[in-house]
Design a protein around this ligand. Structure first.
Ligand code: PPE
Length: 305
């Protein structure tokens, strides 16, 4: 359950949590055409609170809206400031920030015409996405019976609300089967991503991640790729199959919510030694340090409240 806070930012105003309601004819509620972001804020060792790659997330929100032909009635700078203001108003020193752009009520039918474009920013406390144990010990994953979207069926570069029906179906199936997360293959049968995370494999010192075809251009993915290169290791954006994951030395997920989560098992096969490997652990450690503003090299990634 999301823990209630005092205020939600809606259409330019900080209103009470209980008043952040919409009409049942809200277009996005019926047809799923809306866009959103997920951003984390960390409490840093120096006592400040830093939002991780806030500007990049807001720019991706605008890119998603552009793909979806939604005109956001605010400037990126206004939403950047609104994210921080919502955190501060709620007295949150760390947590998750969810900007949501949706089409309001008015016309029904799949052509939304000139229905209003609404914007909300919700903040809440969010611990480890796949559980604290997964972060430490690794997670158990099952290949989904659902494919990730075909690139001409959904716009996969956009974080569109309706795209997540596919994720919800796959996640439920995986959890019902006793696994933590679903691995999704693209419509050609290659590995794409998980329901809310990008994926990486490590084998013989070489790191691979699927190219940006049917997957979301993860901001954590990009950050981790920079970290890998800065460590003098190589990372290739390359298509691979599920059996290449089975024989990998290490596999891990990246995502704002999931952070860097090791994968210890896929389709009932142990990955590597069945526990987080050295490369994953090193990347995870550096990622957390960077996100907490501890590394000079990545100080531009953190924007303080
Ligand atoms: N792929 C998908 C499908 C995805 O939803 C996410 C983020 C990523 C990759 C990683 O992207 P990034 O966060 O920029 O590194 N998923 C968000 C929503 C999770 C949810 O359950 O809600 C997130 O991590 O915030």
């Amino acid at each position: 359950m999301v823990e209630k806070v005092d205020r939600i930012w809606m259409d330019g105003e900080l209103i009470r949590w209980d008043e952040a309601k919409v009409h049942i004819l809200t277009h996005t509620l019926h047809y799923g055409m809306g866009v959103f972001e997920g951003i984390r804020c960390y409490k840093c060792p120096d006592g400040r609170s830093g939002v991780f790659r806030l500007a990049e997330h807001i720019h991706r929100l605008f890119d998603s809206a552009h793909i979806a032909e939604i005109e956001i009635p605010f400037a990126p700078e206004e939403l950047i400031e609104a994210c921080k203001e919502t955190m501060r108003t709620n007295g949150l020193t760390e947590g998750y920030i969810r900007p949501l752009v949706f089409i309001g009520d008015g016309a029904m039918g799949v052509h939304p015409q000139d229905n209003s474009i609404r914007v909300a920013i919700i903040t809440w406390k969010w611990g480890a996405y796949l559980g604290e144990e997964a972060l430490q010990q690794g997670t158990r994953v099952k290949t989904s019976s659902y494919n990730r979207h075909h690139v001409n069926v959904m716009m996969t570069k956009a974080k569109i609300c309706g795209n997540y029906v596919n994720s919800v179906l796959a996640k439920r199936e995986a959890v019902r089967g006793g696994y933590d997360e679903a691995l999704m293959l693209d419509t050609d049968g290659y590995v794409s991503e998980a329901t809310g995370e990008n994926i990486f494999l490590v084998r013989n010192g070489l790191i691979k991640t699927p190219p940006l075809t049917s997957v979301l251009a993860g901001i954590t993915r990009a950050s981790v790729m920079t970290i890998i290169k800065d460590k003098g290791m190589q990372v290739a954006e390359q298509r691979f199959t599920r059996d290449e994951l089975y024989t990998a030395d290490e596999v891990f997920f990246t995502g704002t919510a999931a952070e860097v989560t090791p994968v210890r098992e896929i389709d009932d096969r142990r990955i590597g030694a069945g526990r987080p490997g050295p490369v994953t652990k090193e990347i995870q450690t550096t990622f957390f340090q960077a996100a907490h503003g501890e590394l000079e090299q990545y100080k531009d990634w953190v924007s303080y409240l």
